[in-house]
Each structure stands twice: as C-alpha cells, then as structure tokens.
Unconditional design. Structure first.
Length: 277
C-alpha cells in the first residue's frame, strides 16, 4: 500500500452535492442534451478510452459550474438565509480539507437584515469580505470537490447504469456526428470499439467492488478465492451503445459475464456492510 496515494475527502460537502447531482440528473433530464451539445468533443474522447478524469467527472463539473452560477446569483441578490447556508457549507469544505480558517470577524447577519443589505454599511462590507474570501478558496477547491463527489457516486451502481443508459441513448441519436469526429474508434452505427484496460483501472474497479462479482457476489480473491478470474464488464454493453469510460465498468466472474454478455445492463446495489466482515 506504500505506492497508494491517500487524499483528504470532504464527505459532508460531497454527500450533499452528490445528492444534488442525482436530483439534477433525474429531474432535469432535458438539461442533459445541453451538456451533450456543449461538450461533445470532450465527451467523445472519454467514450472511446478510459481516463482517470472520467465522463462522470465531466458531468459533475458541468453541474458544479451551473450551481456556482446560482450561488453567485444568490449572493448578489442578497438572499441572506440561503447565502448563510451556502457560505457555511463552503467554509466547512475549506476547513475539512485543511486549507485555512477565517480569522477575521464573521459577518453579523442580524445587522445586515436590519439595514436591508444596503451594501454600504460596516456590516455589509464585512459580509462582502467574507464572501470574497470564501470564493477565492472555493475556486481552488473545485477539482477536489468534484473528485469527492465522483468518489461518492462511483459507489452507486444503479445511478451509474442509468447515467450510461442516457449516454447510450445520446450516442444512438448522435452516431453520425460521433463517427465523423472519431471514425477509427466509433463505427457508423455508433458502436464504440473495445479498448484494453489500463492497470490503474483494473486495480481501482477491483478495489471499489471489494473483489466480489457484482451479480452473484462470489468472492474473486483473498481467503475465499474460488479460482474464478474476474472479468472487466461494461455495465451498459458496447453492443447497446455503451462506452469505455471508467465509470461504466464493474467486475464479474466468468460465469456471470458470459450470461450477461451484450444482452443487458445488469448491475447490483448489493454491498458488504462494515460489520458483516
């Protein structure tokens, strides 16, 4: 484990924002078309070849930018109740990741209410300095926050399946454009060619899935090794317009993989609780 890089995670913030990403995905399905059209070139690259900065990272970052715009509007419009809640969450992230603590006096929200957020008095100026401090570090933390959200969502295979089924639908609709962008990797019918799996991806997916077949739950390593080599499986198969992105992968035993093949997007939300080990 000496070569493994350990990183701090802001779980409070990540769980809150991961829930917002899930809500946004299911409730604002029309917005996915905007994401697809705006970032088609970047999306296409990630469909073809697995990368550590996955398609899911790209989608989270896109939603994060949208939410940042809404936060800016909230702060500009002087919605103090929402502003206080947003700023508290942002500062919590900064503190959890050990960046810095705000050493100056905190704004007095009661005073700001009384002046109706005039923007000119001492309390309002103090409030603006606090906002500026938060936003400075918030920009620096964007990549860490996005990766923390990714860390949470990668455990939710039901969401990953639904996410990649929507992507598959977009691939079917947009197959001509994708083929024109990458004719050597994406066929004219929109089917993406299989790639070799990098070692980092094999290790990462095996670690996430706890060395257990996603479907039958047979252990594939360790003390209970059954002699069944794990297969890297596309959750949404390539034949169903799945893709090679790192967030579309799970491990299966040979038997389950041969049953699933290219017929279904079967996965499972079953996991191993801590106290069951």
């Amino acid at each position: 484990m000496r070569s493994v890089k350990h990183e701090p995670f802001s779980y409070n913030d990540a769980i809150i924002l991961a829930n917002l990403v899930i809500q946004f995905f299911y409730d604002e399905m029309d917005e996915f078309d905007i994401f697809w059209d705006e970032l088609i070139s970047e999306i296409a690259q990630k469909l073809i070849k697995p990368e550590k900065e996955s398609l899911l990272h790209l989608y989270i970052n896109w939603i994060h930018s949208t939410l940042d715009d809404e936060v800016d509007d909230t702060l500009k419009n002087g919605d103090l109740s929402n502003s206080q809640r947003i700023l508290d969450v942002m500062e919590s992230t900064i503190n959890q990741l050990g960046i810095k603590s705000y050493k100056k006096d905190y704004p007095n929200y009661n005073s700001i209410h009384k002046c109706n957020h005039c923007g000119k008095c001492r309390s309002c100026k103090k409030f603006q300095r606090y906002i500026d401090w938060i936003k400075t570090y918030n920009k620096e933390l964007t990549s860490q926050r996005v990766h923390s959200i990714f860390h949470v969502l990668m455990l939710n295979k039901a969401f990953l399946r639904d996410f990649h089924e929507v992507i598959a639908k977009s691939i079917r609709i947009d197959k001509k454009r994708l083929h024109s962008l990458y004719p050597d990797d994406i066929n004219s019918d929109g089917i993406i060619k299989r790639k070799h799996w990098p070692v980092w991806l094999k290790k990462g997916i095996f670690f996430r899935d706890k060395g257990v077949c996603t479907l039958c739950r047979n252990p594939l390593s360790g003390d209970l090794f059954l002699g069944i080599d794990p297969d890297m499986d596309h959750i949404v198969p390539l034949a169903l317009h799945g893709n090679n992105d790192s967030s579309n992968i799970q491990i299966l035993c040979n038997i389950c993989n041969n049953k699933k093949r290219h017929y279904s997007s079967a996965t499972s939300s079953v996991d191993i609780p801590f106290w069951n080990i």
